[in-house]
Ligand binder design. Sequence first.
Ligand code: ADP
Ligand code: MG
Length: 210
Amino acid sequence: MCIMELESVKYSYDGRKNILKDVSAKFETGRIYAIIGPSGCGKTTLLSLLGGLDSPDAGRVAYQGEDIEHTGLANHRKKNVAFIFQSYNLIDYMTPAENVALISKLPPLPILQRLGLTREEAGRNVLKLSGGQQQRVAIARALASDAGVILGDEPTGNLDEDTAEEIAGILRESAHKMNKCVVIVTHSNAMAKQADEVLRLKKGELITVR
Ligand SMILES: Nc1ncnc2c1ncn2[C@@H]1O[C@H](COP(=O)(O)OP(=O)(O)O)[C@@H](O)[C@H]1O
Ligand SMILES: [Mg+2]
Protein backbone atom coordinates (compact mmCIF):
# COMPACT_ATOMS: atom_id res chain seq x y z
CA MET A 1 0.00 0.00 0.00
CA CYS A 2 1.28 3.45 -0.90
CA ILE A 3 1.51 5.50 2.30
CA MET A 4 3.45 8.59 1.19
CA GLU A 5 3.76 10.26 -2.13
CA LEU A 6 5.66 13.14 -3.69
CA GLU A 7 3.91 14.60 -6.71
CA SER A 8 5.89 16.92 -9.01
CA VAL A 9 7.63 18.54 -6.07
CA LYS A 10 9.79 21.60 -6.71
CA TYR A 11 11.96 23.32 -4.14
CA SER A 12 14.67 25.96 -4.02
CA TYR A 13 16.22 28.05 -1.25
CA ASP A 14 15.14 31.61 -2.03
CA GLY A 15 16.00 32.30 -5.61
CA ARG A 16 19.01 29.99 -5.82
CA LYS A 17 19.25 27.09 -8.24
CA ASN A 18 16.54 24.46 -8.04
CA ILE A 19 17.36 21.88 -5.39
CA LEU A 20 14.41 19.71 -6.43
CA LYS A 21 13.24 20.18 -10.01
CA ASP A 22 10.26 17.90 -10.48
CA VAL A 23 10.38 15.05 -8.02
CA SER A 24 7.73 12.34 -7.91
CA ALA A 25 7.92 9.13 -5.88
CA LYS A 26 5.72 6.64 -4.09
CA PHE A 27 6.60 5.02 -0.76
CA GLU A 28 4.86 1.85 0.43
CA THR A 29 4.29 0.33 3.87
CA GLY A 30 6.46 -2.67 4.76
CA ARG A 31 9.34 -1.47 2.60
CA ILE A 32 12.67 0.24 3.22
CA TYR A 33 14.00 2.88 0.82
CA ALA A 34 17.51 4.29 0.58
CA ILE A 35 18.06 7.74 -0.90
CA ILE A 36 21.62 8.26 -2.06
CA GLY A 37 23.42 11.07 -3.87
CA PRO A 38 26.40 13.42 -3.57
CA SER A 39 26.77 15.79 -0.64
CA GLY A 40 24.72 18.96 -1.12
CA CYS A 41 22.36 17.45 -3.71
CA GLY A 42 19.29 17.99 -1.52
CA LYS A 43 18.77 14.73 0.39
CA THR A 44 18.12 16.41 3.74
CA THR A 45 15.84 18.91 2.00
CA LEU A 46 13.82 16.05 0.48
CA LEU A 47 13.51 14.35 3.87
CA SER A 48 12.39 17.59 5.52
CA LEU A 49 9.58 17.91 2.96
CA LEU A 50 8.45 14.31 3.66
CA GLY A 51 8.60 15.07 7.38
CA GLY A 52 6.57 18.26 7.15
CA LEU A 53 9.40 20.49 8.34
CA ASP A 54 9.03 22.65 5.23
CA SER A 55 6.67 23.05 2.24
CA PRO A 56 7.47 22.61 -1.46
CA ASP A 57 7.33 25.62 -3.82
CA ALA A 58 5.10 23.60 -6.12
CA GLY A 59 3.64 20.10 -6.16
CA ARG A 60 2.23 18.02 -3.35
CA VAL A 61 3.37 15.83 -0.47
CA ALA A 62 0.65 13.37 0.52
CA TYR A 63 0.22 10.95 3.44
CA GLN A 64 -2.43 8.27 2.89
CA GLY A 65 -3.71 10.31 -0.02
CA GLU A 66 -4.11 13.55 1.89
CA ASP A 67 -2.00 16.62 1.14
CA ILE A 68 -0.03 17.25 4.35
CA GLU A 69 -0.70 20.99 3.94
CA HIS A 70 -4.33 20.05 4.52
CA THR A 71 -3.49 17.79 7.49
CA GLY A 72 -1.38 20.63 8.88
CA LEU A 73 2.39 20.25 9.02
CA ALA A 74 2.49 20.17 12.84
CA ASN A 75 -0.18 17.44 12.90
CA HIS A 76 1.69 15.49 10.24
CA ARG A 77 4.92 15.64 12.27
CA LYS A 78 3.15 14.58 15.43
CA LYS A 79 1.00 11.72 14.11
CA ASN A 80 2.43 10.37 10.87
CA VAL A 81 6.23 10.43 10.94
CA ALA A 82 9.09 9.61 13.30
CA PHE A 83 12.67 10.80 12.80
CA ILE A 84 15.98 9.04 13.42
CA PHE A 85 18.95 11.40 13.36
CA GLN A 86 22.68 10.84 12.93
CA SER A 87 23.24 12.21 16.44
CA TYR A 88 20.62 9.89 18.07
CA ASN A 89 18.83 12.81 19.86
CA LEU A 90 17.96 10.82 22.95
CA ILE A 91 17.18 12.46 26.27
CA ASP A 92 20.50 11.83 27.92
CA TYR A 93 19.56 11.99 31.59
CA MET A 94 17.08 9.16 31.04
CA THR A 95 17.38 5.43 30.47
CA PRO A 96 16.48 3.75 27.14
CA ALA A 97 13.25 2.47 28.72
CA GLU A 98 12.29 6.00 29.81
CA ASN A 99 13.11 7.40 26.36
CA VAL A 100 10.80 4.88 24.68
CA ALA A 101 8.07 5.27 27.35
CA LEU A 102 7.97 9.02 26.64
CA ILE A 103 6.36 8.52 23.25
CA SER A 104 4.50 5.23 23.61
CA LYS A 105 2.06 3.49 25.92
CA LEU A 106 3.52 0.11 24.93
CA PRO A 107 5.84 -1.51 27.50
CA PRO A 108 9.35 -0.40 26.40
CA LEU A 109 11.34 -3.50 27.36
CA PRO A 110 10.11 -5.95 24.67
CA ILE A 111 10.86 -3.54 21.84
CA LEU A 112 14.30 -2.67 23.26
CA GLN A 113 15.08 -6.38 23.66
CA ARG A 114 13.90 -7.01 20.13
CA LEU A 115 16.51 -4.48 18.98
CA GLY A 116 19.20 -6.33 20.92
CA LEU A 117 19.45 -4.49 24.25
CA THR A 118 19.53 -6.50 27.46
CA ARG A 119 17.21 -5.75 30.39
CA GLU A 120 20.20 -4.24 32.22
CA GLU A 121 21.12 -1.98 29.27
CA ALA A 122 17.50 -0.83 28.95
CA GLY A 123 17.73 0.51 32.51
CA ARG A 124 21.15 2.14 32.18
CA ASN A 125 21.68 5.86 31.54
CA VAL A 126 21.86 6.34 27.75
CA LEU A 127 25.27 8.05 27.94
CA LYS A 128 26.70 4.79 29.26
CA LEU A 129 25.81 2.98 26.04
CA SER A 130 27.87 2.74 22.84
CA GLY A 131 26.89 4.73 19.73
CA GLY A 132 25.42 1.60 18.14
CA GLN A 133 23.34 0.90 21.24
CA GLN A 134 22.13 4.51 21.41
CA GLN A 135 21.04 4.33 17.79
CA ARG A 136 19.11 1.11 18.56
CA VAL A 137 17.26 3.05 21.27
CA ALA A 138 16.44 5.84 18.80
CA ILE A 139 15.10 3.22 16.37
CA ALA A 140 13.08 1.55 19.15
CA ARG A 141 11.59 4.93 20.01
CA ALA A 142 10.59 5.54 16.39
CA LEU A 143 9.13 2.04 16.04
CA ALA A 144 7.15 2.32 19.28
CA SER A 145 5.39 5.44 18.02
CA ASP A 146 2.19 5.25 15.98
CA ALA A 147 3.92 6.84 12.98
CA GLY A 148 3.53 4.89 9.74
CA VAL A 149 6.65 6.43 8.22
CA ILE A 150 10.14 6.47 9.72
CA LEU A 151 12.59 9.00 8.28
CA GLY A 152 16.31 8.65 8.88
CA ASP A 153 18.93 11.26 7.93
CA GLU A 154 22.22 9.35 7.74
CA PRO A 155 21.31 7.31 10.85
CA THR A 156 24.48 5.24 10.65
CA GLY A 157 26.77 8.19 9.83
CA ASN A 158 28.44 8.07 13.24
CA LEU A 159 28.89 4.31 13.32
CA ASP A 160 31.55 1.95 11.99
CA GLU A 161 30.65 -0.05 8.89
CA ASP A 162 29.99 -3.34 10.76
CA THR A 163 27.60 -1.67 13.21
CA ALA A 164 26.04 0.27 10.32
CA GLU A 165 25.32 -3.02 8.56
CA GLU A 166 23.73 -4.46 11.69
CA ILE A 167 21.57 -1.35 12.22
CA ALA A 168 20.57 -1.44 8.55
CA GLY A 169 19.47 -5.07 9.00
CA ILE A 170 17.39 -4.10 12.04
CA LEU A 171 15.68 -1.31 10.11
CA ARG A 172 14.98 -3.64 7.20
CA GLU A 173 13.47 -6.31 9.47
CA SER A 174 11.40 -3.68 11.28
CA ALA A 175 9.98 -2.33 8.04
CA HIS A 176 9.01 -5.84 6.96
CA LYS A 177 7.73 -7.25 10.26
CA MET A 178 6.13 -4.15 11.77
CA ASN A 179 4.79 -2.94 8.44
CA LYS A 180 6.46 0.46 8.64
CA CYS A 181 7.61 2.53 5.71
CA VAL A 182 11.26 3.41 6.31
CA VAL A 183 13.00 6.10 4.23
CA ILE A 184 16.72 6.52 4.88
CA VAL A 185 19.15 9.04 3.47
CA THR A 186 22.57 7.43 3.48
CA HIS A 187 26.19 7.43 2.34
CA SER A 188 26.64 3.86 3.50
CA ASN A 189 26.84 1.02 0.99
CA ALA A 190 25.83 -1.41 3.73
CA MET A 191 22.65 0.56 4.31
CA ALA A 192 21.83 0.87 0.62
CA LYS A 193 22.34 -2.91 0.19
CA GLN A 194 19.65 -3.64 2.80
CA ALA A 195 17.06 -1.40 1.09
CA ASP A 196 14.21 -2.82 -0.98
CA GLU A 197 14.54 0.16 -3.29
CA VAL A 198 17.40 2.58 -3.94
CA LEU A 199 16.72 6.08 -5.24
CA ARG A 200 19.42 8.47 -6.41
CA LEU A 201 19.03 12.24 -6.18
CA LYS A 202 21.12 14.05 -8.75
CA LYS A 203 20.83 17.52 -10.26
CA GLY A 204 17.37 17.99 -8.80
CA GLU A 205 16.00 14.70 -10.10
CA LEU A 206 15.15 11.51 -8.24
CA ILE A 207 15.74 8.28 -10.18
CA THR A 208 15.13 4.68 -9.13
CA VAL A 209 18.44 2.81 -9.26
CA ARG A 210 17.16 -0.55 -8.09
N1 ADP B 1 18.60 26.79 4.91
C1 ADP B 1 19.27 26.85 3.76
N2 ADP B 1 19.39 28.00 3.08
C2 ADP B 1 20.04 28.08 1.91
N3 ADP B 1 20.61 27.01 1.30
C3 ADP B 1 20.54 25.83 1.93
C4 ADP B 1 19.86 25.66 3.18
N4 ADP B 1 19.94 24.36 3.55
C5 ADP B 1 20.63 23.74 2.58
N5 ADP B 1 20.99 24.60 1.61
C6 ADP B 1 21.72 24.27 0.37
O1 ADP B 1 20.91 23.42 -0.40
C7 ADP B 1 21.65 22.36 -0.98
C8 ADP B 1 21.09 21.01 -0.55
O2 ADP B 1 21.30 20.85 0.84
P1 ADP B 1 20.94 19.49 1.61
O3 ADP B 1 19.51 19.19 1.39
O4 ADP B 1 21.37 19.68 3.02
O5 ADP B 1 21.85 18.43 0.85
P2 ADP B 1 22.40 16.99 1.32
O6 ADP B 1 21.61 16.56 2.51
O7 ADP B 1 22.19 16.11 0.11
O8 ADP B 1 23.85 17.13 1.61
C9 ADP B 1 23.10 22.60 -0.57
O9 ADP B 1 23.73 23.28 -1.62
C10 ADP B 1 22.99 23.46 0.65
O10 ADP B 1 24.09 24.29 0.80
MG1 MG C 1 22.17 16.05 4.46
